[in-house]
Design a protein around this ligand. Structure first.
Ligand code: PMP
Length: 314
């Protein structure tokens, strides 16, 4: 079935990709089919955004935190990244400069390369850094009007089967299954419940809801990625004097919430207007979602003095 979602639109080539320490032309960034990461999902990755701040200035958003998480994900997978973190952080900025991108999405990827084969194989770790221009991950209209979500028939990972603190390539099969199911059923995004039935997160986003003036998001003890955008939003909400509780809630709480919104590096802040065919609140992005969206973009584009520490200008 055709998929017209903006999340699957082909990526426009940029000039260069950083592979194993060197900038090389896009078309030459190829790997061997014996690459172990390709067979077994042994890899760790990141998604980072850079924003045009105007006046000829651009900034990478929360670069340090993303690079740190990449190394943590690699550590969880016993992958030894053969470069110091400062080198990769620098390459993440350079890839934008070299490709003349005032804004864009950066994808660092560390994976086990080729050599031996088998689940216990230990091959050299290879690292690639790519960048491309990516618009609103859940669509411009979704960003403005809210998206339609479906609670998935797939369950979020068990904490002892998958490593929920890591952004590990193989683990995304769970997300792909849920996303494809939701899209085939005519929805924009899937929401996972955990093994106990509590709401966890979406396929590539964390989730917030608003009920009775209080903002709720699943606690770090649930099987969610501890999103960097989630952390950003917790801070923005507190700085705006809103009450936030990191607390478990049930799927039917989504149905009766005043607001639901998703957040992530790719999806930024995307309101949810419908869950399982129940309209959320008024069916339009609510006051808190709009406030968070606005505060988020202002911070990311360098417009708020309080959050300059989040920005790496280039
Ligand atoms: N959950 C999952 C499963 C994700 O893949 C992502 C995207 N990295 C997020 C949440 C949001 O994380 P972040 O805000 O750090 O991008």
């Amino acid at each position: 079935m055709a998929d017209s979602s903006s999340t699957t639109v082909g990526v426009a080539k940029t000039e260069k990709i950083w592979l194993d320490g060197k900038f090389i032309p896009w078309d030459q960034a190829q790997i061997h089919v014996m690459t172990l990461g390709l067979h077994y999902g042994v890899g760790a990755f990141e998604g980072i955004r850079a924003y045009d701040c105007g006046g000829g200035k651009s900034a990478v958003f929360r670069l340090r935190e993303h690079v740190e998480r990449l190394y943590q994900s690699a550590k969880i997978m016993l992958l030894d990244i053969p470069y110091p973190a400062e080198d990769l952080a620098r390459a993440c900025v350079e890839i934008l400069k070299i490709n003349k991108m005032p804004q864009g999405y950066i994808r660092p990827l560390a994976f086990m390369g080729d050599g031996a084969m088998g689940l216990g194989a230990i091959n050299p770790v290879r690292v690639a850094i790519m960048a491309w221009v990516w618009g609103s991950y859940l669509g411009d209209e979704g960003m403005k009007k809210g998206i339609r979500a479906k609670v998935s028939s797939f369950t979020r990972m068990h904490v002892n089967s998958n490593m929920v603190r890591g952004k590990i390539t193989g683990q995304y099969v769970n997300s792909v299954l849920a996303k494809r199911e939701a899209k085939l059923a005519g929805y924009d995004e899937a929401i996972f419940l955990d093994q106990q039935g509590w709401v966890a997160e979406a396929t590539g986003e964390n989730l917030f809801l608003v009920r009775g003036g209080v903002v709720y998001t699943p606690p770090p003890a649930s099987p969610i990625l501890e999103g960097i955008t989630r952390g950003t939003i917790l801070r923005l909400l507190k700085d705006h004097g809103l009450e936030v509780r990191e607390q478990a809630f049930t799927r039917d709480t989504l149905y009766i919430a005043d607001e639901v919104f998703l957040c992530g590096t790719a999806a930024e802040v995307t309101p949810v207007r419908e869950v399982d065919n129940r309209q959320v609140g008024s069916g339009e992005p609510g006051r808190v979602a709009k406030l968070v969206q606005q505060a988020f973009f202002k911070a990311a584009r360098g417009g708020d003095e309080r959050y300059q520490e989040w920005l790496t200008y280039y």
